[in-house]
Design a binder for this molecule. Structure first.
Ligand code: ADP
Ligand code: TYD
Length: 209
């Protein structure tokens, strides 16, 4: 049984953002499944990546003598540059739908909260990154996010102290723009998903050929 393939006239980049445990990976996977089911050529990527720089971030961050905020910022930038060149641009050129779990909004929120100048973060990212078509920011408070992921391994909880995450959350909440959609991450998975799916389908409708 072959499913009808549906094509777009151009690539489309959807980003999911929010603090750790907000539910973005859950929604990203679900969105990819739904879009594929509808016949759209869809790929999922995540930052930090599994590439050279992403692995360094995971290895070094959080160690007492691991990384300064500046070094951490530089690694995230290198990882992003590689992700854009190796993954995002080729997929978008093939007119795929790209679903991306974290992007430069995370750098602005997380590294901004560690004192890196947000104008510098924005400037550097405008040089290396492709602009997303739609960005969903899932909002939960830091305690809720941390409670949801408390069984994740310690090494995966490097960036996840409550006060820090509360500050990061504030920064995520301050993003505004016509492509940015804020969603209550406390709602049910199904309710959040319906909102995401509707917004994506509304936007891509104009590009279906
Ligand atoms: P993130 O990628 O934002 O860190 P995940 O999608 O991995 O978060 O979700 C973290 C945990 O919270 C998982 O156990 C997931 O099943 C659960 N979760 C996700 N969305 C919701 C939700 N809307 N309500 C309650 N729990 C959720
Ligand atoms: P990861 O284990 O991938 O967490 P999650 O499943 O929540 O995405 O770790 C990613 C961590 O890296 C997360 O705490 C957010 C942080 N991060 C930054 O600090 N800056 C960035 O630019 C990005 C992409 C992630």
């Amino acid at each position: 049984m072959s499913r009808k393939q549906r094509k777009l006239s151009r690539g489309f980049l959807v980003v999911l953002e929010g603090i750790d445990g907000c539910g973005k990976s859950t929604q990203a996977k679900r969105l990819v499944r739904a879009l594929r089911h509808k016949g759209f050529d869809t790929v999922l990527f995540k930052e930090p990546t599994q590439g050279r720089w992403g692995r360094q971030i995971k290895e070094k961050a959080g160690h007492p003598n691991g990384l300064t905020p500046k070094q951490e910022f530089e690694l995230f930038q290198k990882d992003r540059k590689q992700n854009v060149e190796l993954n995002l641009k080729p997929a978008l050129e093939k007119k795929k739908i790209v679903v991306l779990d974290r992007y430069y909004f995370s750098t602005i929120a997380y590294q901004g909260a560690k004192g890196i100048d947000i104008h510098k973060i924005k400037r550097q990212n405008s040089e290396i990154a492709v602009s997303p078509d739609l960005v969903f920011i899932l909002d939960v408070d830091a305690r809720t996010g941390l409670d949801r992921i408390k069984d994740r391994q310690q090494k995966d909880r490097l960036f996840e102290k409550e006060d820090y995450l509360q500050e990061v959350r504030k920064r995520f909440k301050s993003f505004a723009g016509e492509n940015i959609v804020h969603l209550d991450g406390n709602a049910s998975r199904d309710d959040i998903f319906l909102k995401i799916k509707d917004a994506v389908m509304n936007r891509i409708n104009g590009f279906i050929i």
